[in-house]
Design a protein around this ligand. Structure first.
Ligand code: AR6
Length: 393
């Protein structure tokens, strides 16, 4: 995944280089600087002594010594003075110069802390936005894995308005659906385990009888509507089950005359038809994706970069017609292609997935897609804030 946000300690990241939010002496300090020097050992300070400091916005490289990374890129962010002293430009320079040093050292992966967002007092939400903008800009024409390491959720601030909208949505959709889900779950369990218990009676009709004897006068309207829907499903399933039983009991002739379409569909399950069906598979995920990229007039690179998908992975998807992507990858492409909810569902189906209101991840992504907000970085910020997997691959 070219860009990700993780919660953790930068000194523990398995990357080629980590960035240190240092001060201009480069001789150590508190915060992330202190943590990096402690983890790297005294040889880091020795090398830093020979660097003659570093001006705000610039970046200098040392080895990583006892750290798991090869290099430490030391940069100095601005001290926040109210925003009128060129802080934004200096913070952007700190990211740009650090990334330039990482590219010079041919790093394939680099991890950043939120520069200036601690002791130097830069407002956290703006510091995050600037970090993301600079990283995204760099990734437009570089291949690298860049991780933004957030030390604690306290140091992470996303748009409060968006955050409260999503909390409200999750409360109203996820929790309501969880309750409804448990009702559906019970029906499904009764279907699955009722049949496995060996009873000769239809589990569907059994379920229906139970539903009928249960008093519904007190049930809330929403729950009654849901139960009616389930009852209808049970009726349909029961009818289908009767036909299957008839057919399997050797009553195919009767079945043929009373239900020709059903009998014909059962006949299609013969081995020769199965072979034919398998020879006529639908368009695969990979084929659908490439068709959609063309239809939107996008270049491949434009699409996979917008989707936060690694170039190598995209080549794999391109060359393997049967490639099975993860749900995060499919949704990342849906966002990059700016699909609507129905188109997203169709693309998910190609990979064997669906959007579910029993999943926070799905609700959050669906929220952005249905509101036509296709900025993947903002979506990932929201997913990170709610402890979900990020989009991309
Ligand atoms: N891993 C990842 N992030 C961390 C870690 C860690 N181990 N420790 C802290 N952070 P700060 P600044 C986060 O104060 O604002 C030093 O004394 C922290 O939560 O380290 O650029 C230097 O010597 C915050 O979000 O750096 C300078 O004098 C972010 O790292 C001065 O502080 C930056 O916080 C630089 O201040």
């Amino acid at each position: 995944m070219p860009f990700r946000i993780v919660l953790g300690d930068i000194t523990k990241q398995n990357v080629d280089a980590i960035v240190n939010a240092a001060n201009s002496s480069l001789l150590g300090g508190g915060g992330v600087d202190g943590a990096i020097h402690r983890a790297a050992g005294p040889r880091l300070l020795e090398e830093c002594r020979g660097l003659n400091g570093c001006r705000t916005g610039e970046a200098k490289v040392t080895l990583g010594y006892d750290l798991p990374c090869k290099y430490v890129i030391h940069t100095v962010g601005p001290i926040w003075q109210g925003g009128r002293s060129g802080e934004e430009n200096l913070l952007r320079l700190a990211y740009r110069n650090s990334l330039a040093r990482a590219a010079e050292k041919e790093c394939e992966s680099v991890a950043f802390p939120l520069i200036s967002a601690g002791v130097y007092g830069y407002p956290k939400e703006s510091a995050l936005k600037i970090a993301e903008e600079e990283i995204r800009h760099f990734l437009d024409d570089h291949e690298m894995e860049i991780t933004l390491v957030i030390f604690s959720k306290d140091s992470f601030r996303m748009d409060m308005d968006l955050c409260s909208k999503l909390s409200h949505l999750l409360r109203n959709t996820y929790e309501t659906d969880e309750k409804r889900g448990s009702f559906l779950g019970n029906v499904m369990k009764s279907i699955a385990f009722g049949g496995a218990a060996g009873s000769r009676d239809s589990v569907f009709t059994e379920r229906k009888a139970k539903e009928k004897t249960r008093g519904k006068a007190d049930a809330p309207a929403e729950s009654r509507a849901c139960e009616t829907e389930i009852e209808e499903l049970c009726d349909e399933a029961a009818a289908e089950e009767v036909h299957v039983r008839n057919f399997l009991a050797g009553q195919s002739a009767e079945c043929m005359t009373s239900q020709p379409a059903f009998a014909a569909s059962m006949m299609q399950m013969q081995p020769t038809s199965l072979e034919a069906a398998l020879a006529n598979l639908d368009e695969s995920f990979s084929q659908s994706l490439l068709r959609l990229i063309d239809a939107k007039g996008m270049k491949d690179s434009e699409c996979y970069k917008k989707a936060n998908v690694d170039r190598k992975l995209f080549s794999k998807i391109r060359s393997d017609v049967h490639y099975r992507p993860s749900k995060q990858t499919v949704l990342a492409f849906a966002v990059a292609l700016e699909l609507d909810v129905a188109e997203t569902e169709a693309l998910l189906k190609k990979a064997g997935f669906a959007l579910s209101h029993a999943s926070k991840f799905d609700i959050i992504v669906e929220y952005f897609i249905s509101n036509k907000q296709y900025d993947l970085y903002t979506i990932n910020e929201a997913l990170f804030a709610f402890d979900q997997n990020l989009l991309g691959a």
